[in-house]
Design a protein around this ligand. Structure first.
Ligand SMILES: Nc1ncnc2c1ncn2[C@@H]1O[C@H](COP(=O)(O)OP(=O)(O)OP(=O)(O)O)[C@@H](O)[C@H]1O
Length: 243
């Protein structure tokens, strides 16, 4: 797991004069699962959106595989599956129609869409409109979408938001399988146990910068059994930081 697949070099994002992301440097090897943690407004979604090519950095460079977005937008986009944190589904479309649409965009058949819907346990509700689904069910549709086409890089913004414990566990297993197949995964979460269960590497963000990082094991070794909570307390300024 040594080949760098994602590289962010001196990446910054300023919006309306406010620095949102500050000189971010990050290398992610192929097949690594990385969790982004941080309080509200820490910059997680902004970083994920820049990586997904939805917004552009104000400065610095982002490369995924052989491409940067500036050099080859199409080549770059083809490497990426993105699960946004808020997605407005087309009101009249069923889950199957929605998946068929996304499958077509990726050059796949409607059958691929159906198969993926079954993987997230929604085969029996596929003919209902997605707008009638609960939050957790909508998240599972979005997760099915991100798994379509086995993109080399999967980017997910708070993917387990609203998922019940059973589907959180299934989510963890499916993401692990994806990483085992060599897909690289970057996701944000507020759920410390999901980050610990899933990520090879956890990045703690504050004010658009990485303040602390390591594996779940590293964090426990440095900070004891409640290491994740301690690191989080540090982020919120409640305790002294990890040294
Ligand atoms: N388009 C925008 N216009 C103005 N400010 C923005 C814009 N996008 C992001 N911001 C600001 O950037 C900061 C980081 O936002 P971001 O959504 O990246 O945080 P986050 O870590 O994902 O937060 P949360 O955990 O609440 O989802 C916030 O202060 C936010 O208000």
């Amino acid at each position: 797991m040594s080949e760098t697949f994602v590289q962010m070099t001196d990446v910054g994002k300023t919006i309306k004069g406010q620095i949102i992301v500050n000189q971010l440097n990050l290398k992610i090897p192929r097949g690594q699962v990385v969790a982004l943690l941080g309080g509200n407004g820490a910059g997680k979604s902004t970083i994920l959106r820049m990586l997904a090519g939805i917004i552009q950095p104000t400065r610095g460079d982002i490369r995924v595989g052989d491409w940067s977005w500036k050099e080859n937008r199409r080549g770059y986009a083809e490497l990426i599956g993105y699960m946004p944190d808020d997605y407005r589904f087309s009101p009249g479309l069923t889950a199957r129609e929605t998946m068929a649409f996304w499958a077509k965009l990726k050059g796949l058949t409607a059958k691929h869409g159906d198969d993926m819907l079954a993987r997230v346990g929604l085969e029996h509700t596929g003919n209902k409109t997605v707008s009638s689904f609960s939050k957790g069910m909508r998240q599972r549709v979005l997760f099915a979408q991100v798994l379509l086409g086995q993109s080399p890089l999967i980017i997910m913004d708070e993917p387990t938001n609203g998922m019940d414990p059973y589907w959180m566990q299934s989510f963890v297993e499916m993401v692990r399988e994806a990483a085992y197949r060599g897909q690289t995964v970057l996701f944000s979460t507020h759920q410390l146990h999901i980050a610990e269960a899933l990520a090879d590497r956890i990045l703690f963000l504050k004010e658009g910068a990485i303040r602390f990082e390591g594996s779940g094991e590293d964090i426990r070794q440095q900070l004891g059994s409640s290491g994740m909570e301690k690191a989080f307390d540090y982020l919120f300024g409640i305790a002294d930081g990890p040294r």
